[in-house]
Design a protein around this ligand. Sequence first.
Ligand SMILES: CC(C)(COP(=O)(O)OP(=O)(O)OC[C@H]1O[C@@H](n2cnc3c(N)ncnc32)[C@H](O)[C@@H]1OP(=O)(O)O)[C@@H](O)C(=O)NCCC(=O)NCCS
Length: 163
Amino acid sequence: MTLEDAPEFFSLRSNPEAMKHICKPLQTSLKEAENMILKMDAMIDSNNGINWGICFKDEPAFIGTVSFHRVDKEHYRAEIGYMLKPVHWKKGIISEAVAAIIDHGFDKMKLHSIEAQIDPTNTGSEKTLQKFNFVKEAYYKENYFFDGVFLDTVVYSLLSPCK
Ligand SMILES: CC(C)(COP(=O)(O)OP(=O)(O)OC[C@H]1O[C@@H](n2cnc3c(N)ncnc32)[C@H](O)[C@@H]1OP(=O)(O)O)[C@@H](O)C(=O)NCCC(=O)NCCS
């Protein structure tokens, strides 16, 4: 992603429908979106995470993100994340992006496992993970405090096929 993506990134991160299960404050200014993109760039430089912008092959406009964050180098593990503009949901776009970064994670980054943390009511995300054979490993009760409420978290993970 580049700073040119900031306006579209802002429209995604300020959209209550898209942010419903992300459990982070909605962005309120373009500046916040720009700062987050710069922070993501710094994560690439320090090998702590990678955030890719998603677009159509013939159209450069940003429509979503897919990422590895919280890269735990010592244990060859990283957390996957993804989000897409609601107008493009249920067209298989995140499946295509997730397939690509799972390959990248195991093949290029040499990860041993990929973790996903989701809101238990996020059916779309859960279905996506199950489609890629992620296994449900934990259900944490009220471990995440957001907006005055303690929320539950489900943890899924996928092990590398390379032994
Ligand atoms: C979750 C999200 C990324 C899914 O993206 P998407 O491009 O619509 O996903 P896909 O079209 O590739 O669908 C993947 C699978 O999940 C299923 N699915 C997607 N959304 C669904 C929903 N709301 N309810 C039930 N199943 C759903 C699809 O049917 C598909 O399974 P199939 O191929 O067996 O039919 C998208 O809804 C989103 O951006 N949500 C908001 C952000 C978010 O919650 N991110 C995840 C945080 S953990």
